[in-house]
Ligand binder design. Sequence first.
Ligand SMILES: Nc1ncnc2c1ncn2[C@@H]1O[C@H](COP(=O)(O)OP(=O)(O)OP(=O)(O)O)[C@@H](O)[C@H]1O
Length: 450
Amino acid sequence: MTESERPGASERSFEEHAFTCNFAGRQSTVSVGREKIDIVECADVKKPAKVAKSDHIILSDVLCAKVTGHSEVTVHVIQGTSKDKKLTLKQVKLSLNDTAQVDTLMKKTNDAIKAITEGVRPRKLLAIVNPIGGGQIGEKIYTTKAAPLFALAGIEILMKLSERPKHAIELARETDLKDFDGVVTVGGDGTFTEVCNGLIERNLKDGAPILPIGIIPAGTGNGMVNGFSGSYDVTAAVLTIIRGSTYKINALEVKSAGDVIYYGTMLFGLGFFGQVIHKAEKKRHLKKLRYPVTMLTGIKNLPSCRVELDVKYTNKDGEDLQPSDWTNVRGSFTSVSCLPAQHVDDEGYVTSSVRNPSMDLTFMPDATRMDMIRYFNDMRKHLMSGEDWVLREPMYSAPFRQVKIKAVDPENELARLLNVDGEPILLDNPEFEIRLLHKLLPIYSRSLLK
Ligand SMILES: Nc1ncnc2c1ncn2[C@@H]1O[C@H](COP(=O)(O)OP(=O)(O)OP(=O)(O)O)[C@@H](O)[C@H]1O
């Protein structure tokens, strides 16, 4: 049996270097194992009874180790237990005796990180940056916050700027993604959806697997990112991507006259929500205020549209009802939508509805202003405190797989004005359908406990 075949041999080769170091003002020894870095306080000869303190750093949480001084190594550690909403980066400084030890410790640590994260963390990503989303700081967020973190993690990035509306679709569809592990968006929900559309189209065209998608928030609403990285924070989003775990989400396919119009992931709405997004698009100069302002004016002048729907409902797990029939619904609605909402699953995970197996179709039969105020207030309370959100009459919702919608009055633009993930879409055709594509898109994501 050779040395490397012997049980425990490779663990020993990792650990054979234990160095004396100064850690947090204490004389300690540091050694790099296969899964963790151990830091053990040296025994105090003057106080032999004192129990030596020991610490460890889990290597799968380490971004990298860098030499930061003549005799100092800084270990960059991702922090955040499953309970923390936000991942952060912490620096652990270890002072050693000489340069040679510093180099060895750095190399051992980085080799061990590479070995343990192989096949888990992305090594090469395409970053698609929207320079005009939100406060028009997408490029700055990428350059000053995201790129340095990716560089620290040793991830190679090809950055492409979105130069015009819908350009991100082309970039995601056309860029040669051989050897890439994922695609990240730096922008808002619109950019994310464009990239999803590009990757789905690529998949339909040549069967290429849909690469994992990451979201770095640089838009106005940034509705999606919270559901995946647990906050709206840029660093937390980048660290979530670097960690590499993914979760597959559903997509909504919007089709009209046999053609796919768009794929969405978090929101479909017509009536009120279509009108709001259409008006918000013309108020970009208001930046983050454009949504609240258009919502308020929308509530003041509530729309109404008459539509006929054929719905295929499911149970709450997204399974077809037996028998799986179409249910006809006809009426006058302020809105018909499929909205994101916080959700606590059976294991106590707080997730957004994008993680639900099913999507709920919400009907708002002609609502009053008071109905709408109550609706948004209940939504706010639910999002802030996790309180159960029960729709009040006249609104109601139910999980569905597919819905066919037809404007009763095709002249009324409102019944053809859609909001798909924050994108305003005006259909020519008064008939369209929405289909749920179950667990289609892998997203860089972390589990979030309540
Ligand atoms: N260079 C560009 N010039 C003009 N428009 C662009 C450019 N690049 C992308 N766009 C468009 O910008 C729009 C808004 O993008 P995005 O959704 O990322 O930001 P946002 O609307 O501010 O954020 P959110 O959707 O989260 O509210 C998209 O419709 C996209 O097509």
